[in-house]
Design a protein around this ligand. Structure first.
Ligand code: C5P
Length: 229
């Protein structure tokens, strides 16, 4: 896979007009975009369909979690939009339903193992006694067992998870920062080159590109670093 197909730019913007302006600026340099809650619910779903028609790849990051029937039908509908990736929370019932919904389509469903914003105290508060690491490993294994397309993981965990799940599944990592960039609220950041070396298949980058004074130059610099690996 080309480095250029491994960079996913997160459209963390508040409306379609802003997103379209950025997509126009990035032009042919960027081929893969992530649409999450913010843009998804402010014009991002029709935009996703338009991006697919333009020949771009779309990661619809909606983190589904519901009863099996609802998840399966929702995933079937997302697959029919022609997007490339989507996410579900990595609970066994949800994983199996999502795998069933995606069967026969080109949609890659990713399991979100443990949100990177959660620490040990947050798990305990939610009634979970396992360590964060144990839970990440358990859920990654369950995603593999369910036949999912991949997982979302912190780049800091990508190496460990790649060994666990083997080479076939996608490992998509946010929390990427080029050397010297502002980390913002991300606690454990990894450079683009180190994330790829650790076994990430795709990197999600938002603020280092979206909030850069020159987004096109920022995207080109990150791609140049990725091509060097
Ligand atoms: O701006 P930044 O590059 O930190 O954005 C990372 C993107 O990845 C955001 O869209 C964020 O919601 C998403 N994400 C994350 N950590 C996760 C899962 C998704 O940062 N564990």
């Amino acid at each position: 896979m080309l480095a250029d197909d491994r960079l996913i730019v997160g459209l963390d913007l508040s409306g379609r007009a802003e997103a379209e302006a950025l997509i126009e600026t990035l032009g042919d340099t960027v081929s893969f975009y992530k649409i999450g809650y913010q843009l998804g619910f402010s014009g991002g779903l029709p935009l996703a369909a338009d991006l697919v028609r333009m020949g771009k790849k779309v990661f619809l990051d909606l983190k589904l979690n519901d009863i099996a029937n609802t998840v399966e039908k929702g995933i079937e509908a997302i697959a029919a939009m022609g997007v490339t990736m989507t996410t579900v929370h990595a609970y066994p019932q949800v994983l199996r339903a999502a795998a069933a919904g995606a069967r026969g389509s080109a949609l890659c469903v990713l399991g979100v193992t443990v949100m990177t914003s959660l620490g040990q105290d947050d798990l305990r508060e939610a009634g979970i006694e396992m360590s964060v690491e144990e839970l990440v490993v358990r859920r990654a294994q369950q995603a593999k067992d369910a036949g999912l397309g991949g997982i979302v993981a912190s780049a800091a965990e990508a190496g460990l998870l790649r060994k666990l799940i083997g080479g076939d599944m996608a490992v998509v990592t946010p929390g990427i920062r080029p050397a010297g960039a502002d980390a913002g609220d991300q606690k454990r950041v990894v450079t683009p080159a180190d994330a790829l070396r650790a076994g990430a298949s795709h990197l999600v980058v938002a603020r280092p590109i979206v909030a850069a004074p020159d987004p096109l130059a920022a995207a080109r610099a990150i791609l140049a670093e990725m091509r060097g690996v």
